[in-house]
Design a protein around this ligand. Structure first.
Ligand code: 5RP
Length: 220
């Protein structure tokens, strides 16, 4: 079953509680929260207090994507704030294995993200410890960017490796430029969680937007 995770990066920040509640009512599966620090990526968004503030407005899993340097400094705060998943970037972690285990020891599911320029091999030594691999299909930092087609082969490569290792429960999430046109390309390659920012939150009818993405991948 394909999961759709609207990214609140494209939501109205002045009414985030309502925005996450509306996404849930409109058929979303997870809520994706983009945390940016102005160092790892050239944009600043939000921190753990905002995650705490939106948590009571939804029953959906909060999928927190840390686009920050030194994520280990903030992981306990995001766990306490109610994150169901915490994803760190391979490029931001000198001690990736330690960081992944830190997330898991806090009782949170652990993900690692790869930028478009980072090969799948960057996570080969931690693959068996992960709940989720996030393949960035744009360079992180901003919503509304164009999907990078070259990232599709990496999704296929990672799904193949997960299958070889019998790791059938590890999610492959994609993020950036996901629309009804690009969603079939990534699900065919093996992605099962689709982050969609502008394709959901920039639309006036969020339920129709989520349905359109779901239909594009065969309603799976
Ligand atoms: O992580 C992100 C940007 O770094 C966002 O989640 C992503 O860009 C979603 O926006 P859109 O669907 O509009 O591309």
């Amino acid at each position: 079953m394909i999961k759709i995770a609207p990214s609140i990066l494209s939501a109205d920040f002045a009414k985030l509680g309502q925005e996450v509640a509306e996404a849930e009512k409109s058929g979303a599966d997870w809520i994706h929260v983009d945390v940016m620090d102005g160092h790892f990526v050239p944009n600043i968004t939000l921190g753990a207090p905002i995650v705490s503030a939106i948590a009571p407005h939804t029953t959906l899993p909060l999928d927190v994507h840390l686009m920050i340097e030194n994520p280990e400094r903030y992981i306990p705060d995001f766990a306490k704030a109610g994150a169901a998943f915490i994803t760190v970037h391979a490029e931001a972690c000198t001690h990736l294995h330690r960081v992944v285990h830190m997330i898991k020891e806090l009782g949170v599911k652990a993900g690692v993200a790869l930028n478009p320029g980072t090969p799948a091999s960057a996570i080969s030594e931690v693959l068996e410890d992960l709940d989720l691999v996030l393949v960035m299909t744009v360079n992180p930092g901003f919503g509304g960017q164009a999907f990078i087609p070259r990232t599709v082969h990496k999704i296929r490569q990672i799904r193949q490796r997960l299958n070889e290792l019998s790791l059938f429960n590890v999610h492959i999430e994609v993020d950036g430029g996901i629309t009804s046109e690009t969603a079939p390309l990534v699900t065919e390659a093996g992605a099962d969680v689709l982050v969609a920012g502008s394709a959901v939150y920039a639309q006036s009818d969020r339920a129709a937007a989520i349905s359109a993405i779901r239909r594009s991948v065969g309603g799976k």
